[in-house]
Design a protein around this ligand. Structure first.
Ligand SMILES: *[C@@H]1O[C@H](CO)[C@@H](O)[C@H](O)[C@H]1NC(C)=O
Ligand SMILES: *[C@@H]1O[C@H](CO)[C@@H](O)[C@H](O)[C@H]1NC(C)=O
Ligand SMILES: *[C@@H]1O[C@H](CO)[C@@H](O)[C@H](O)[C@H]1NC(C)=O
Length: 478
């Protein structure tokens, strides 16, 4: 599409943007991460979003398959630029190849580009921080050239470790970030962009045995935090207002705030379980939709809240902990893990439909073989596939030794798309057609995102068959 074409679309959609800003308050969206060995087809995921009336989604890149599946759906999209790309970033090329061609009439409704993902995280030791503002400035110019600047906003999702304080009202950005943050928020402000922050009360609880457990949730706390005239009853409000105070110190106390990631994992750690995740997420949603706001922003909740995450991602790094692969409100295959009212019109979550599963078969430890020498196989299986639920606090941590081996074998076999050789393990493995799942411990069957849906092929044959019959009848009646 030529520039003027985009311009017309941008103008048109811009007017839509203003209208929708007046009507819509806070909205609940989701993060769609794709670090999984078992990715569903993008169209299946988009159908899942639609079935759950989710109208805002945040991606971590500009994956063309995801963006194509989102085209024409009206779902608003935040795309991302990975940190590693910032140092050699070509903004014109990015706009041309990764944005413009998806935007337009019946295109993907890309509203935000996240420049980096938590680029100021303490753990990165500053390696990305100097690239962020220059990349934003260049990208903004490229957006202007492409006539997209009024429509697509640039943001930088920050981890909550960008600011600190003993009590919320004392919030300041980390001293070494003062200069960058000053530039960043001034840039955001002049372009009408919100400040995007990721807040994780679970991690506060996980990393700190003194952290009062009920303060992580939304049902009142036996350890409220007094702060001058205000009292904080939950970690979310306290964290949010710490950011408000830090922004106020830079002169931008009114800047809109969007929660880029927030959630609770269901497996892989003590305290990561279905009940806690449901209570946290439901409490968060009710809190945000009540429009109560926080002590420093009464009646003014965050503009948008993106839950983390939509799906479990079994291929994520376990460096932060085994829970890292279990943040989904849905399992990897789009099945709801617990009851949750997203406040978007449905009372509960709706499962994904038409998931393209591999055949119903599993790889298990051969019942009559001696497993003494299984060690190396286990290490290989679990270093490549996901075995996180086997560990302490995990949903499969109660398995016996042989079931443990079966679980690891199966994980690997499914990850290898049920390749027959991948269940060999020097004769110690065996394929079975009986589901070996035990209680809450689910032995998965993989899914595929490849090719036609499983029902498409028989359907094609079916219609060929119909045509043949038709021709036959026609020939017979001639
Ligand atoms: C566009 O996105 C792809 C990933 O889908 C990435 O590999 C590529 O580097 C991006 N192009 C530019 C110019 O940033
Ligand atoms: C679930 O996690 C919560 C806190 O995160 C904890 O209090 C509770 O005991 C856990 N429940 C189970 C059954 O482990
Ligand atoms: C099962 O595997 C996990 C993870 O490797 C291990 O921590 C646990 O001790 C094993 N359990 C048994 C009964 O072997």
């Amino acid at each position: 599409m030529g520039r003027s074409g985009v311009g017309v679309v941008a103008l048109f959609t811009l007017s839509l943007l203003f209208v929708s800003y007046e009507v819509v308050d806070s909205a609940i969206g989701v993060n769609w991460g794709t670090l999984s060995f078992h990715k569903m087809r993008p169209s299946t995921v988009v159908d899942l979003l639609k079935a759950n009336k989710i109208t805002k989604v945040k991606l971590f890149d500009t994956n063309p398959d995801a963006l194509r599946a989102l085209m024409g759906t009206g779902i608003q999209v935040m795309v991302g630029i990975p940190n590693e790309m910032l140092s050699s970033f070509n903004s014109d090329l990015f706009v041309q190849q990764n944005l413009s061609r998806f935007i337009g009439k019946n295109g993907a409704d890309i509203r935000y580009v996240a420049v980096g993902n938590e680029p100021f995280l303490t753990g990165y030791g500053g390696q990305f921080q100097n690239y962020v503002v220059p990349a934003m400035v260049n990208l903004q110019q490229s957006l202007v050239k492409a006539n997209l600047a009024n429509y697509v906003k640039l943001v930088v999702p920050c981890n909550a470790d960008a600011y600190e304080a003993n009590v919320p009202s004392q919030g300041t950005f980390r001293p070494e970030l003062t200069q960058i943050m000053t530039q960043l928020v001034s840039f955001l402000n002049s372009n009408g962009s919100p400040f995007v922050v990721n807040i994780y009360p679970f991690l506060s609880l996980y990393g700190n045995s003194d952290f009062p457990q009920d303060y992580a949730f939304f049902e009142g706390s036996s350890h409220p935090v007094p702060d001058g005239p205000n009292t904080y009853y939950n970690a979310f409000d306290g964290n949010f207002d710490t950011l408000v105070a830090a922004l106020t110190k830079l002169g931008y106390g009114q800047m809109p705030i969007v929660i880029g990631e927030i959630g609770w994992p269901t497996d892989g750690a003590v305290g990561a379980n279905l009940t806690a995740a449901r209570v946290f997420n439901q409490g968060l949603i009710s809190h945000v939709l009540s429009n109560k706001g926080t002590p420093l922003r009464p009646g003014s909740p965050p503009a948008d809240v993106y839950l983390f995450g939509l799906l479990d991602e079994g291929a994520k790094s376990t460096l932060p902990g085994n829970f890292e692969r279990h943040w989904g409100i849905f399992s990897f295959d789009g099945q709801a893990k617990y009851r949750l009212n997203l406040g978007l019109g449905n009372r509960g979550l709706k499962n994904a439909k038409d998931v393209a599963y591999l055949p119903s078969r599993w790889c298990v430890a051969h019942p009559s073989r001696d497993m003494t020498l299984v060690g190396d196989h286990l290490r290989l299986a679990c270093s490549e596939a996901d075995c996180t639920t086997l560990n302490d606090g995990g949903s499969c941590s109660q398995l016996g030794e042989k079931d443990n081996i079966s679980y690891a074998f199966n994980s690997y076999y499914q990850m290898q798309m049920q390749n027959e050789k991948s269940c060999d393990f020097d004769g110690l493995g065996m394929v079975t057609f009986l589901d070996p799942s035990v209680g809450d411990c689910r032995f998965l069957v993989g899914v595929t995102d490849k090719g036609l849906s499983s029902s498409a092929e028989p359907m094609t044959r079916w219609s060929v068959y119909h045509i043949c019959i038709g021709v036959l009848i026609w020939t017979l009646t001639m």
